[in-house]
Design a protein around this ligand. Structure first.
Ligand code: FES
Length: 352
C-alpha cells in the first residue's frame, strides 16, 4: 500500500504545513480502509501431481510384455487423462520411468500401462516385470501428455511393437468419433505384439498387421502407403522406424506426430570432457554418445528417465564450462540435462 508523505520544503525537510498534514492523513486513512476491504489474494501453491497407486492386476499380453492395472490406494477416482498421456512411475529402486497409458480414458478407477522387458535397457523394464506384483504400492506423477491426439477427419496410425500403447487409445478415440482411420501395426512376430485380441473388436479392414517373419521388415514408404494427403499420421515405435517415417513423410496438408521410446542418435556431436567434481573423475564423451551414457558407465545409479530432454530427471548442476543447451527445458546456465546437452567446447565441470 502506497503512503502519501507531505512534500518536503526546498531544503528537503518534511513540511509541517497544516493543510498538507490534513491531506496526507485523509489519503492514508482511505488507503488503509481500502486495504482492509480488498479481498485477500489467494496464495498460489504448486500443484502436487504425485499419486499413490496400487497394482491391481498384472497380465501377460505378449512375449516379454505385461500390462499393469494401477488404481488409487484406498480407491477413488483417478485424475482424468487423454490418449497420448503417460505416467511417470517411481520404481521401488528409485528409478523413474515413463509409460504410456493404454487403457480406457473413461475408466477413472484404474490406469493401464504395458511394459516390454528389454534385456539391454537400463533395468527399469526388468524391474517392472520382477518387482511390481499385485498389491505393490508405487508412486507416480502425471498423467502428462507429450503426444496429444488431435481429432482430424482422416488418420493413419503406425505402431511398432510396444509402440502400440499410446496408439491404442487414439485408434479407439478416432473410431468413436466416426473419423476415417487406418492402423498399421508391425513387429517381429505375432506373438510379440500385445493387444491383438483387443484390436479384434475394431473393423478388421482398417487394421493391417505386418510381421517381419511373414512379411519382411517394412520400409517407411510401405508404412505410409495409402495415407490420404490430408491425414494426420501418428507414429510410435523403435527409433529407426520413426526416423525412417520422418524421412519419407512428405509434408503438405497432412501432419506427422510421433513419440520415441528411445533417444534419437546424437546429431552434430563433438567430443568433450566432463569432470565429475564430487566423484573426482574426468571422462571423455565421444561425438556419438551422450554425457549421460558416459556417466552411467561409471555411475550406474545416476538418475534418468526419458533420455530425450523433456522430463528433467537427469538435471545436474553445472559448476564450470560453457554448455550447449539442447533441451527445451534447459532454461538457465546453472544446470543442464546431461541426456542431450553437451559442451560448446572443452570441458564441463558437474556437481556429481
Ligand atoms: S532423462 Fe529426461 S531430461 Fe534427461
Amino acid at each position: 500500500m502506497r503512503r502519501l508523505e507531505p512534500p518536503p520544503d526546498l531544503r528537503g525537510r518534511r513540511a509541517r504545513d497544516p493543510f498538507w498534514v490534513a491531506v496526507t492523513a485523509y489519503f492514508n486513512g482511505v488507503q488503509r480502509v481500502r486495504g482492509m476491504l480488498r479481498p485477500a489474494v489467494p496464495e498460489v501453491r504448486p500443484v502436487d501431481r504425485t499419486l499413490t497407486l496400487v497394482v491391481q492386476e498384472v497380465r501377460r499380453e505378449a512375449e516379454d510384455v505385461v500390462s499393469l492395472r494401477l488404481g488409487a490406494l484406498g480407491g477413488g477416482a483417478l485424475p482424468h487423462w487423454q490418449p497420448g498421456c503417460h505416467l511417470d512411475l517411481r520404481l521401488p529402486s528409485g528409478r523413474r520411468r515413463q509409460y504410456s497409458l493404454c487403457g480406457d480414458p473413461a475408466d477413472r478407477r484404474a490406469y493401464r500401462i504395458a511394459v516390454r522387458r528389454l534385456p539391454d535397457g537400463g533395468g527399469g523394464s526388468a524391474e517392472v516385470h520382477r518387482a511390481l506384483t499385485e498389491g505393490t504400492v508405487i508412486s507416480a506423477e502425471g498423467p502428462r501428455n507429450a503426444f496429444p491426439f488431435l481429432a482430424r477427419e482422416r488418420h493413419l496410425f503406425i505402431a511398432g511393437g510396444i509402440g502400440i500403447t499410446p496408439i491404442l487409445p487414439m485408434v479407439r478415440a478416432a473410431h468413436d468419433l466416426g473419423a476415417d482411420w487406418r492402423l498399421v501395426y508391425t513387429g517381429r512376430t505375432r506373438g510379440s505384439l500385445p493387444f491383438l485380441d483387443e484390436l479384434r473388436a475394431l473393423p478388421p479392414e482398417r487394421i493391417e498387421v505386418r510381421t517381419d517373419d511373414r512379411d519382411g521388415v517394412p520400409d517407411a514408404a510401405g508404412l505410409l502407403r495409402g495415407a490420404p494427403p490430408d491425414a494426420a499420421v501418428y507414429c510410435c515405435g523403435p527409433a529407426p522406424m520413426i526416423d525412417a517415417v520422418r524421412a519419407a513423410f512428405v509434408p503438405g496438408a497432412g501432419t506427422l506426430h510421433y513419440e520415441r521410446f528411445a533417444p534419437a542418435p546424437v546429431a552434430d556431436g563433438r567430443p568433450f570432457q566432463v569432470e565429475l567434481r564430487r566423484s573426482g573423475l574426468t571422462l571423455d564423451v565421444p561425438a556419438d554418445r551422450s554425457a549421460l551414457d558416459v556417466i552411467r558407465d561409471v555411475l550406474p545409479d545416476v538418475a534418468y528417465s526419458c533420455r530425450q530432454g523433456f522430463c528433467g530427471t537427469c538435471r545436474v548442476v553445472l559448476l564450470a564450462g560453457e554448455a550447449d543447451q539442447r533441451a527445451p527445458s534447459d532454461p538457465d546456465g546453472d544446470s543442464l540435462l546431461v541426456c542431450v546437452s553437451r559442451a560448446r567446447a572443452g570441458r564441463l565441470t558437474l556437481d556429481l
